[in-house]
Design a protein around this ligand. Structure first.
Ligand SMILES: [Zn+2]
Length: 212
């Protein structure tokens, strides 16, 4: 999401370095089980109604079922979509009870995730989790790698939303980082990305050094 236009050489260099980091540090794409496909298929029918804004589900679904539905929906789309699930967290999982859906254009979503999270979903309570999914159109390089490839812009978003907004967002969670998770759907797979952009971190360190 939010891919600003950059000088193409330095842009490509950053993408290549960052994708190497993703291969090393991010988990493997999700393996969907039959229950995820079954529940996810029902959620897909819900998404096809193209209701935008905050929608409550009639029945809660597992996080991976939510992600399966998001993947199947976005596979048929030429635009990027941002779909945020929200629900009760337990152990390693979460029961998704409502979702928020925004459609972007072919390579970006103009609204910021922060706006969605703070403005539309409102206060996030302890033991809740936001599951942030977006898709990329088909990409031959990541298809070859066999896994989705978050862009530098995606990792910058992760950095700022997940690690650098402790006051606005993180205080609302009992244990910070588990309250917010980021997933990317691409080439038929879904990947959770956890590694912030290294160039974003370096930029930040440089800014801090200048201050002291
Ligand atoms: Zn992206």
């Amino acid at each position: 999401m939010y891919e600003p236009r950059r000088n193409i050489d330095s842009y490509l260099m950053r993408e290549v370095i960052e994708s190497g980091l993703s291969l090393k540090l991010d988990p493997n794409p999700i393996l969907f089980r039959p229950i995820h496909r079954k529940e996810g298929h029902s959620f897909l029918q819900e998404l096809k109604k193209r209701k935008y804004g905050l929608i409550d589900l009639n029945k809660t679904i597992l996080r991976n079922s939510f992600l399966y539905g998001c993947l199947k929906f976005s596979e048929a789309e030429s635009n990027e979509h941002l779909i945020v699930g929200y629900g009760d967290r337990y152990g390693g999982g979460v029961d998704i009870e409502s979702y928020y859906h925004i459609e972007g254009d072919i390579d970006s979503i103009s609204i910021s995730a922060e706006e969605v999270i703070l403005g539309q979903i409102g206060s996030i309570l302890p033991n809740k989790q936001l599951v942030v999914f977006h898709n990329h159109p088909k990409n031959d390089y990541s298809d070859y790698l066999g896994r989705p490839l978050p862009s530098v812009a995606d990792r910058d978003t992760l950095l700022f939303q997940k690690y650098l907004f402790p006051i606005q967002i993180m205080r609302r969670f009992t244990d910070g980082k588990e309250g917010l998770k980021f997933f990317l759907g691409e080439n038929g797979k879904v990947l959770e990305y956890r590694t912030p952009s290294i160039s974003g971190v370096l930029k930040l360190l440089a800014t801090n050094n200048r201050r002291y």
